[in-house]
Design a protein around this ligand. Structure first.
Ligand SMILES: [Zn+2]
Length: 642
């Protein structure tokens, strides 16, 4: 080979090399890693908050709630494939998700899935949250085609390079199709245990992302009960980040915690929310709201465990720039005496799981605290009943309810006889129409009654159908977490024209058991029983306990009989009475207002009596009626002439 040839050959190789280089560069460009811009940078540059979905419409500013920066940037961080946000209400969680969705549509398009507890919630998220952002944020305008021919629907939108599908966790179909790179799961603690028959919606959704090396799972929720809460479990698997802020006085960094919130009490011992302040745990100086918000602007996230690709963030209302401490304290003071309200406060304001003490209620304690009343006490404003149908008898219990949600057991009645025959039903009818003696108003009738239709469905259905206008309701108990006590719309019994209401029995038992634990007879929710209830009644009432077990790898909570206990009718009937009260509330009953009216009526009658005593000739029309009674009078007159 000559030198020239060698040179030519070398040149050829060089050219080939150049070609490969160009090709490689192009190839690498195609593989280019996602943009280096973070979600917070993108949002500060581009995001416009829409007037219909934001109290502060206009240009987005991450610094408005500084803690949002760390969360959003974890979502765009290439090293982070899972993000968990356990948060109270009012910390801006929804906008964090919105910004992330907008960022991916604009800068890193790919297939995305957004899961909500139900399809209805998914639809309203699409129309109320996503649509305004797509419309008002300039860089997103026109990316998602609109109109009938585009193939886009409320729950599915495609854009250049990707698409977003919004799904209800109750819909197995939506969870079973194409692979997804980014999965957003909102309010995971409100998901059903199973999407149809397909199993855990969280697992189904995560499965869809397995094929992507750069997949991302974002979960967020307000937590629920300790040991059951899915978001709490997920947070504990993360690096558990908390937000630390510097004290405006001593500069020491600290987490904001509820225990450091202080307020004064008045002379009567009632809390004064307007005096609420935050106490620095290092120097003890009180911070006002402005100082607290300033401190939050200077804060930072600190992990409490090593990072292995899963970032976790915890937030509560104390961090929110939109909530004053006074409002949080007021919510606490309103809730503190009522276990159910307190649970809601702990979950939605503090963003913490509720520790369900789960201890059994001992019947001896309940037996010992029976009281000697025989008539409905003064403060009872409404009476309801519950009926359980057994093979050889009907068991009926009646409860009076007060404005403070206290209950007064008014005596159980057992009607023996074959419920397949009409006689016991006639007796029940009489009993339900028998007025009960009342210490304030003389007599009170039963306002509503729930009859369990689980056994002898047809008989129960027929009996209730004829008495529906007297609010004698057929019901069907339905266990399961998170079901409403009384479902507003009635269902139809199969193959009949008979209507019934669904009653969430586990929710009912949660309420009853949390109330039976209240020891202070003046506290809201306290349950009173008179001497007519025997010991066996309390053995039945305390027969069940909340248990947790695993089903398909997931923890579930349910009620079961305690060892050695066989019967639980007393608990069931109490529950049906509570459900009847709930049915009345849904139909518009306001216990407190009715109580105020009862008092006003009594006061008015007293005034008239005194006036007549002083002057038998007095014209009673001249005595002014209390306002609360006047309105009703006017409405009645209108109705009469209409
Ligand atoms: Zn300090």
């Amino acid at each position: 080979m000559s030198a020239t040839n060698a040179l030519e050959q070398y040149s050829d190789e060089w050219l080939v090399f150049e070609g490969v280089k160009t090709f490689c560069e192009g190839f690498l460009k195609g593989l280019e890693l996602p943009p280096r811009q973070t979600i917070s940078e993108w949002a500060d540059e581009n995001r416009i908050l829409s007037s219909e979905s934001s109290a502060e419409p206009g240009q987005w500013q991450t610094s408005r709630a500084e803690y949002q920066r760390g969360i959003m940037d974890a979502i765009s961080d290439i090293n982070c494939d899972e993000v968990t946000i356990v948060a109270s209400a009012q910390v801006g969680k929804t906008e964090i998700i919105n910004n992330a969705v907008g960022f991916f549509i604009d800068k890193d398009p790919c297939p995305m899935l957004l899961l909500q507890p139900t399809e209805d919630v998914a639809k309203s998220w699409s129309t109320d949250r996503l649509a305004p952002m797509l419309r008002d944020t300039p860089c997103l305008q026109g990316k998602v085609a609109e109109g009938k021919d585009t193939g886009n629907t409320v729950l599915h939108k495609s854009f250049p390079g990707g698409h977003i599908t919004m799904v209800g966790a109750n819909s197995p179909a939506g969870l079973a199709s194409r692979p997804i790179r980014i999965v957003f799961m909102d309010e995971v603690d409100r998901y059903p245990l199973s999407a149809g028959k397909e199993g855990d919606p969280i697992k189904l959704a995560m499965k869809r992302a397995t094929t992507f090396w750069n997949k991302k799972i974002i979960k967020c929720s307000t937590p629920t009960i300790s040991g059951i809460s899915k978001i709490d479990a997920s947070f504990k698997n993360s690096d558990m980040r908390f937000y630390y802020v510097p004290c405006p006085h001593c500069g020491e960094m600290q987490r904001l915690i509820w225990a450091q919130v202080r307020w004064d009490k008045d002379d009567a011992g009632n809390g004064m929310p307007e005096t609420a302040a935050y106490v620095c745990e290092h120097c003890g100086t009180l911070w006002n709201d402005v100082e607290r918000w300033h401190a939050i602007g200077q804060g930072e996230w600190r992990a409490s465990k090593p990072f292995h690709g899963h970032a976790g963030f915890a937030l509560w209302e104390g961090y929110s720039p939109w909530v004053k401490l006074e409002e949080i304290v007021k919510a606490f003071l309103d809730a503190k005496d009522d276990p159910e309200a307190l649970k809601t406060f702990v979950n939605t304001s503090l963003g913490e799981v509720w520790e369900d003490k789960g201890e059994r209620i001992e019947e001896d304690k309940l037996v010992a605290r029976r009281e000697a009343y025989e008539t409905a006490p003064v403060e009872v404003v409404v009476i309801t009943a519950g009926v359980d149908v057994q093979e050889d008898r009907l068991e009926v219990d009646r409860f009076g309810w007060t404005a403070k949600n206290q209950s007064f057991g008014l005596g159980k009645v057992v009607l023996y006889g074959d419920p397949a025959a009409p006689r016991v039903w006639d007796e029940l009818d009489d009993l339900l129409q028998t007025p009960i003696k009342h210490d304030l108003v003389g007599e009170m009738t039963i306002s509503a009654c729930c009859v369990d239709s689980g056994y002898l469905t047809q008989q129960v259905g027929n009996f209730c159908k004829e008495r529906w206008n007297r609010r004698v309701w057929a019901i069907k108990g339905m266990p399961g977490e998170g079901r409403p006590i009384f479902k507003k719309a009635p269902g139809k019994l199969r193959k009949t024209n008979l209507e019934f209401f669904l009653v969430g029995t586990d929710t009912v038992k949660d309420v009853i058991y949390s109330r039976l634990k209240i020891d202070d007879p003046d506290a809201p929710g306290y349950c009173h029983f008179n001497m007519s209830y025997d010991e066996n009644h309390f053995v039945q009432l305390t027969a069940e306990e909340a248990k947790t077990s695993y089903s398909k790898g997931r923890k579930i909570r349910f009620y079961a009989l305690r060892p050695g206990r066989k019967r639980n009718e007393a608990l069931d009937i109490f529950g049906y009475s509570l459900a009847a009260l709930e049915g009345l509330k849904i139909s518009g009953l306001d216990l407190r207002r009715r109580w105020e009216k009862m008092l006003a009526k009594q006061e008015y009658a007293e005034k008239i009596r005194e006036a007549v005593e002083a002057n038998p000739e007095v014209n009673v029309e001249d005595i002014p009626k209390p306002k609360i009674l006047q309105k009703r009078q006017r409405r009645r007159v209108v109705a009469r002439f209409a």
